[in-house]
Design a protein around this ligand. Sequence first.
Ligand code: AMP
Ligand code: ZN
Length: 112
Amino acid sequence: MSNCLFCKIIAGDISADKIYEDDDVLAFHDIGAQAPHHFLVIPKKHISTLNDVDDAALVGKLTLTASQIAKDFGFAENGYRVVMNCNEQGGQTVYHIHLHCLGGRQLTWPPG
Ligand code: AMP
Ligand code: ZN
């Protein structure tokens, strides 16, 4: 989608600090990190919100990509959080679905 920030990152029109990429997904560091480790995993296919998802395998791949990167970065055993914000009250600001993965510090609950 031409006016989507994350589609522009996928296309290479906007730079990002990439971690992992394959035919289906892209992972990159969040520009506004909320933890020592904070990266996003996105599908290469544009999907606006979690409410629009009908591909269980793709969402599973986002999750497994996050856990694999957490293992590779060495913070999986200590623990981390994965979350997908949906729409305004969920705190979503970029309307191309993305899984946040945060780790490297003690995370609190509820998140607020
Ligand atoms: P959300 O509020 O769940 O939609 O999350 C959007 C996330 O995208 C925020 O955590 C932002 O810091 C992050 N973000 C926005 N622009 C960029 C960018 N150009 N590169 C990396 N992360 C970004
Ligand atoms: Zn998009």
